[in-house]
Design a binder for this molecule. Structure first.
Ligand code: ADP
Length: 482
């Protein structure tokens, strides 16, 4: 099983593909060039053979004419016959001499002597034409040449010389050359294959370095930056990988910080409760009033612990990727009125005046619970971090255009220092930790608010003047964008 998968791995690998590519690139041109050379060799060899035999046959036909061989009065017939037999031996062929009665008066094979030959070629040759033809299947060249006396101005055709020569030795050469070509192509494939293997190993090495480097970083063995400078592509991959690792490390740090913050925050009320309980236990005959006071403090710590856990749960729910929103069409004017009504007792306790200003009726597609949480946190902060001299106020306004609705929460409170403004949405961040704790803050409110607004594809901005007050501007699309 493992063998098959490693084999499949090799087949799919870049290395294997480069080798195959190199071999294919080598085979195709070698085959094309090889077969083109062989084909051109064959035509060229046949045409050379043809012109050689033709010129010899012409010489012979002239000699036959001038020596009056056709008329049977030649005194040099012995020489001519020897010449003809030499020619047929050299070219592995046959010569027929035909007289003007279409009778074969000489056949080098001595087979058809005195027979009549009437073929198209012979007839044409008697009209003064030379004919050549090649029978590729049976591999022989045939030509018929008129025998005319060059000294006779009338060009009377005395007879016809028919020569046929075998091209077997050309075919033999061709098959020999084909064998050589096959061996060469085979050698080329082996050589190119070896070069292909060497090149593919060389080319794939940076990728192997890359995956080894990634494995080291992933396994936590190396925390160095990944650097493989061999190709532009590997440089880009390294850059992207290093960027990703940086982000993962930041996320990891913030996760660790979050976990330690959570445990610290959860431990604080527990520690207080333990101290209170221990001191009560250690006291003998503690007065009932002290018990009541300490139990009151313990109840407060339990409430605080509950508050932190509730806030954490809200945050975690929103943080979960793919957290879904329960979108409905909500009358925002009514929603704000309800929230203000719910917060009125806290505002009264703080002696802070709450004012709602609605510029127009607004209905929006939102998750009512999450939006309520976001707005409640903003108004609650406005109340919590306000003056307690009875002069404090929180103004909430609602407006909209054709695309967004806008909520502004303005307070006359203590304000936020400029350098703290960029941190207020971080989990557990508090400008003044002890003050925030005193007034029941968990440091999670604005993180929840921001998450909820971002889930609605909205945005939140804060402006603040120390000692003057703070304004939060929220903008959310009227129609939910999935
Ligand atoms: P908390 O539960 O402590 O209020 P938040 O996340 O709601 O946590 O706010 C973070 C910090 O931002 C608060 O501790 C407080 O210091 C500051 N802050 C938030 N809103 C206001 C405001 N309206 N006025 C002044 N300070 C504010």
């Amino acid at each position: 099983m493992e063998k098959t998968s490693s084999f499949m791995g090799f087949i799919k690998s870049l290395k294997c593909r480069l080798i195959v590519f190199a071999i294919v690139v080598a085979i195709i041109p070698s085959l094309i060039v090889g077969s083109a050379i062989l084909a051109s060799y064959e035509t060229r060899a046949i045409s050379i053979r043809e012109s050689e035999v033709l010129s010899q046959a012409r010489i012979l036909s002239n000699q036959l004419a001038t020596s009056n061989y056709i008329n049977g009065v030649s005194n040099s017939s012995e020489t001519l016959l020897a010449q003809m037999s030499m020619l047929t031996t050299i070219y592995d062929g046959r010569i027929l001499i035909v007289d003007d009665n279409f009778e074969i008066i000489y056949d080098t094979y001595n087979l058809d002597n005195n027979k009549t030959i009437i073929s198209e070629e012979v007839i044409l040759s008697f009209k003064g034409e030379e004919n050549t033809s090649y029978d590729a299947e049976n591999r022989y060249l045939e030509m018929s040449i008129p025998i005319t006396n060059p000294n006779d101005e009338t060009n009377t055709v005395l007879g016809v010389l028919v020569a046929s020569v075998s091209t077997d030795n050309i075919a033999l050469n061709l098959s020999y050359l084909t064998q050589i070509a096959t061996v060469i192509v085979f050698l080329v494939i082996i050589v190119i294959g070896c070069i292909g293997v060497a090149i593919s190993i060389h080319m794939v090495t940076p990728l192997t370095k890359l995956s080894d480097g990634i494995a080291l970083v992933q396994g936590g063995i190396s925390d160095k930056e990944l650097v493989v400078n061999d190709y532009t592509e590997t440089i880009i991959i390294c850059e992207k990988f290093n960027e990703m690792m940086k982000k993962i490390r930041v996320m990891d740090e913030s996760r660790q910080e979050f976990v330690s913050n959570v445990s610290h925050e959860l431990k604080t009320p527990l520690t207080s409760m333990k101290v209170l309980a221990d001191s009560l236990n250690s006291m003998q005959d503690a007065p009932i009033e002290l018990y009541q006071e300490f139990m009151g403090d313990i109840t407060n710590e339990i409430e605080r612990e509950t508050q932190i856990i509730n806030d954490l749960l809200s945050l975690v729910k929103m943080d979960k990727s793919g957290a879904t929103l329960n979108i409905t069409t909500v009358n925002m004017n009514e929603l704000l009125e309800q929230i203000m009504k719910r917060l009125q007792p806290i505002a009264d306790k703080q002696k802070v005046q709450l004012v709602l200003e609605s510029f127009r009726p607004v209905s929006a597609e939102v998750d009512e619970v999450k939006i309520t949480l976001a707005i409640t946190n903003l108004i609650e902060n406005g109340i919590k971090y306000n003056k307690d001299d009875g002069e404090g106020w929180v103004h909430v306004s609602l407006n909209a255009d054709h695309q967004y609705f806008y909520i502004k929460v303005e307070d006359s409170g203590m304000g936020i220092p400029e350098e703290a403004l960029e941190h207020i949405y971080e989990r557990f961040y508090r400008v003044d930790k002890s003050h925030s704790r005193e007034i029941g803050g968990t440091g999670l409110g604005l993180a929840i608010t921001r998450n909820s607004i971002l889930m609605h594809k909205g945005m939140i901005k804060a402006h603040s003047e120390l000692g003057e007050g703070t304004t939060f501007d929220v903008r959310i699309p009227l129609t939910y964008i999935a």
